[in-house]
Design a protein around this ligand. Structure first.
Ligand SMILES: C[S@@+](CC[C@H](N)C(=O)[O-])C[C@H]1O[C@@H](n2cnc3c(N)ncnc32)[C@H](O)[C@@H]1O
Length: 256
């Protein structure tokens, strides 16, 4: 099975910063106690754990076994885990009540396959719902910088396909499954400075940590300078801190 860069660094640190946006999707879809929820491309299980906390029967699925292993077992407050690819889900048709994915299945290269698999395993009447980064926001711009730098070194870094990064394209991508709703959200994270953001990213954020092992030292230093400039540009600057604003999109479809 293919792997991603997500076993590198310490994704738990990033997941903690993402949590408010992941809880936004869970609250919006409001899965009921007892319902079966697939957290698709779960990483360390932000969504699955939140759903389990609401009494749902949640399952976390990801390609990276190292991330799934950070979850406690069900008997200790965790959830069952499955290693799998969102483009070929190892689940029966109509196996779950809802499929939720925060900043996860959007990184797979084939949006049509992702949607056809998500709607196959979701029973009619349930939600397939996801969050993605808005095309004009910080994350896609940072990823594009990373991808350009790595491409110059002959490496490939997946970016989110355009099918998931605007309100219009999300409507198009999800609409074969049913009636689509899309809304915006904004994640705000505080850092003492752009340099402090870089310190966190270069030690914890998997795609950045992976880049360090693949780039020359000077290319990596230049990448860091460019990313810090982008952080400054996308932040509000206050008293001894900056607030990094990251625009995201939430989309859901009730499967016909
Ligand atoms: C940015 S993380 C998001 C993790 C989690 N959903 C969260 O909100 O914290 C992206 C995740 O997608 C997973 N991923 C990427 N491509 C995948 C695929 N084709 N199938 C399953 N998981 C995948 C990565 O391993 C990683 O855990």
């Amino acid at each position: 099975m293919a792997d991603t860069d997500y076993a590198q660094g310490d994704y738990r640190v990033v997941a903690e910063r993402l949590r408010p946006a992941t809880l936004d999707l869970v609250a919006w879809c409001d899965p009921q106690s007892g319902s079966i929820v697939l957290d698709s491309a779960s990483g360390t299980g932000n969504v699955a754990l939140a759903c389990a906390g609401r009494g749902c029967r949640a399952v976390a699925l990801d390609l990276e076994i190292a991330l799934l292993r950070t979850l406690p077992p069900p008997a200790a407050g965790g959830v069952p885990t499955v290693v799998g690819d969102v483009m070929a889900l190892p689940l029966a048709s109509d196996a779950v009540d809802h499929v939720l994915s925060t900043f996860g299945m959007v990184y797979a290269p084939d949006p049509a396959r992702v949607m056809s698999e998500a709607t196959r395993v979701c029973r009619p009447g349930g939600f397939v719902a996801l969050s993605s980064w808005a095309e004009d926001g910080f994350q896609p711009r940072a990823r594009a910088l990373l991808a350009r730098t790595e491409a110059a070194a002959g490496e490939y870094v997946p970016e989110i396909p355009p099918a998931w990064t605007s309100i219009e394209s999300l409507r198009r991508t999800l609409s074969p499954a049913g009636d689509v709703e899309v809304r915006r959200g904004r994640l705000e994270n505080r850092f003492p400075s752009a340099a402090a953001w870089w310190e966190l990213a270069s030690t914890s954020a998997p795609p950045v940590v992976a880049a360090r092992s693949r780039l020359t030292r000077s290319a990596y230093v230049e990448l860091g300078e460019r990313l810090q400039a982008l952080v400054d540009e996308c932040s509000e600057h206050g008293d001894g801190e900056l607030i990094l604003r990251e625009e995201y999109l939430l989309a859901r479809v009730r499967v016909r």
